[in-house]
Design a binder for this molecule. Structure first.
Ligand code: ZN
Length: 311
């Protein structure tokens, strides 16, 4: 039995290694040709992802460190809402979504890395597996929740289609889909069991609030005094708050797709001086606007709106 297993894996590994060697020899004559910049995707349409730390340093024992090292994978947080147009739909992944490619079965990662050629299809596929729905931008650029795709095979189909759209290597995308038919069920069932609510759409990550909480939670004791002194005033100045009306709530989006991030000077005595930060849903420009103009504000950068009001 063991012989068979070793023989089986040995053959596969040897086969892949031989293919690799042959391709490596062919590579030598083609280096110049391959380095030509021929991507169909502009840099500014690529997802903005921030790596999330892997916690080995704070593990209690060496064994724990090794287990984290072997089994925890790098996770990535989507920093700005990621929009991808495919077959007339503007699929939108909300900012703050955490992505690790886990909807692609791990044994396939050597060939089908979720941060390699399958990054974009994998990101959208992870999202679909998790929420069994996705935001699509409407004609005004407003994110609308969509559940047209509602089955595992539907999301696998989308991965295959977007993969073909992005990387144009049919065999790779077919292989990914085949792998998902075999091994995608685990991830799919895990998320169906958890049955999470969908998350309100966010264009950018609101780190300010999180950062201030983290500072208070994770400070090593010796430095608490020092940090308290410096951060308290900083944090107070920078915390974004909602106003009391509908158009001044954090997350409110007006008809021009301008989103309210909140205000840092709500307690201003002269209410005309209260400034709200807004973020453009098209170009991510962040700027200041007066309370009374939020509902009709246009982006100063891409919609010829008034210049930013600074406060
Ligand atoms: Zn803009």
């Amino acid at each position: 039995m063991l012989d068979l297993v070793i023989g089986f894996f040995g053959t596969i590994v040897t086969g892949l290694f031989v293919i690799y060697l042959i391709l490596f020899v062919m590579l030598q004559g083609k280096k110049n040709e391959l380095s030509a910049p021929n991507s169909l995707i502009d840099m500014d349409r690529m997802p903005v992802l921030r790596p999330i730390p892997i916690s080995t340093a704070n593990q209690k024992s060496f064994l724990n460190k090794i287990l984290v090292f072997v089994f925890h994978v790098r996770r990535w947080r989507v920093e700005k809402a990621f929009i991808y147009e495919y077959k007339g739909n503007q699929y939108a992944i909300h900012a703050g979504f955490e992505f690790d490619g886990a909807s692609i079965p791990k044994p396939l990662w050597a060939l089908l890395s979720p941060v390699g050629l399958l990054l974009i299809p994998g990101l959208i596929h992870d999202y679909g597996y998790r929420y069994n729905g996705i935001y699509i931008l409407d004609e005004q650029g407003k994110p609308v929740w969509d559940e047209t795709i509602s089955t595992q095979s539907g999301w696998d189909e989308l991965l295959n289609g977007i993969g073909q759209h992005v990387n144009k290597i049919k065999i790779l995308n077919e292989l990914a889909k085949f792998g998902l038919d075999l091994g995608g069920g685990t991830a799919w069932n895990k998320w169906r069991d958890k049955n999470e609510d969908r998350v309100p759409f966010m264009w950018t990550v609101d780190d300010k609030k999180q950062a201030s909480n983290e500072i208070q939670d994770n400070v090593p004791e010796a430095s608490i005094d020092e940090i308290d002194k410096t951060s308290e005033s900083d944090v107070k100045e920078k915390i974004f708050a909602s106003g009391t009306t509908k158009t001044t709530q954090i997350g409110y989006i007006n008809a021009n797709n301008q989103q309210v991030l909140g205000s840092i000077n709500l307690d201003e005595i002269d209410k005309k001086k209260v400034i709200f930060k807004l973020c453009c849903g098209h170009c991510n420009e962040v700027y200041g606007a007066k309370t009374s103009e939020i509902h009709r504000r246009k982006c100063p950068t891409c919609q010829e709106g008034k210049p930013s009001v600074n406060g």
